[in-house]
Structure formats: C-alpha cells, structure tokens
Design a protein around this ligand. Structure first.
Ligand code: AMP
Length: 126
C-alpha cells in the first residue's frame, strides 16, 4: 500500500489537526486516542511515512527503529504505567483491524487487561 500523506496521523504530525500530546521527541509523537478503549489509551507514531509495521520494520533507518521503540517506553514511563504494567498493540492491515494507515502502537493501561488478546474489542462491543 502506498503511504497517503493526508491520513489523519500525518495531519496531526504536521500540526494541521490537534492532539492531546503525551510525549514527543525527534523520532515519535505520542497522544491520547480519541476513542479510548481503556482508562489510559495512547498512540505512539513515528515521525516518518510508514504505512504499518511491515514497511516500518523493513524501511526505517536503524536509528528510527531504535528511537521509536525508546519513545514507546518513554511514553509509558511518562504515563506512570510501568509499575502496574500495560499492553502494547499494533494493528496491520484488514485482518489486524487497522483503520489509520500510518504505523502506530497502542498503549493500553489503567486496568487489568483481558486475556482475549487476539480479539481486542472495537468501541461499543463487549
Ligand atoms: P487502528 O485500528 O490501529 O488503525 O486504530 C486507529 C486508532 O486511531 C483508533 O483507536 C482511533 O480511535 C484513533 N484515532 C482516530 N482518529 C484520531 C484522532 N484524530 N486523534 C486520536 N486518535 C484517533
């Protein structure tokens, strides 16, 4: 899939759309999900044109891959999620349930996560 430079997260990165920022550095931006599925639900996105983990892992420079994952950790620390723990998820493609085609990692926290890891509910589903 070709990266769409007008996807929602690209527009947030360019400052064209607002976000509730949690963390930012040269590699990544983290902000609260607009439709939270947990008491804490934050998205971390790389500052680059990557559709999903497939091309992020294949094409991003090493420094970006390292910097991005450090930013995921820094975001969780900023949210003070480390002591009790949290879950990270990245959806890829239709079967993964990906809706926004700019690579992103979800951080879920603030409550005990379900063991139904392969069946993360959509909003309004049980
Ligand atoms: P995914 O299914 O992994 O592509 O999830 C995309 C996520 O982006 C969903 O959880 C949406 O609620 C979230 N989302 C969509 N638009 C926005 C926005 N403008 N600000 C914050 N989160 C958003």
């Amino acid at each position: 899939m070709i990266y769409d430079r007008n996807n929602i997260f690209a527009r947030i990165l360019r400052g064209e759309l607002p976000c509730k920022k949690v963390y930012e550095d040269e590699f990544a931006l983290a902000f609260h999900d607009i439709n939270p599925l947990a008491p804490v639900h934050v998205l971390v996105i790389p500052k680059g044109d990557y559709v999903s983990n497939v091309d992020f892992a294949a094409s991003a420079p090493d420094a970006m891959v390292v910097g991005f994952w450090r930013a995921v950790g820094a975001t969780a620390r900023e949210l003070e999620l480390d002591p009790l723990g949290y879950r990270i998820v990245a959806n890829h493609g239709p079967n993964g349930g990906q809706i926004v085609f700019h690579f992103h990692v979800h951080i879920f926290g603030g409550r005990q996560m379900s063991h139904r890891m392969g069946n993360m509910p959509r909003p309004n589903e049980s």
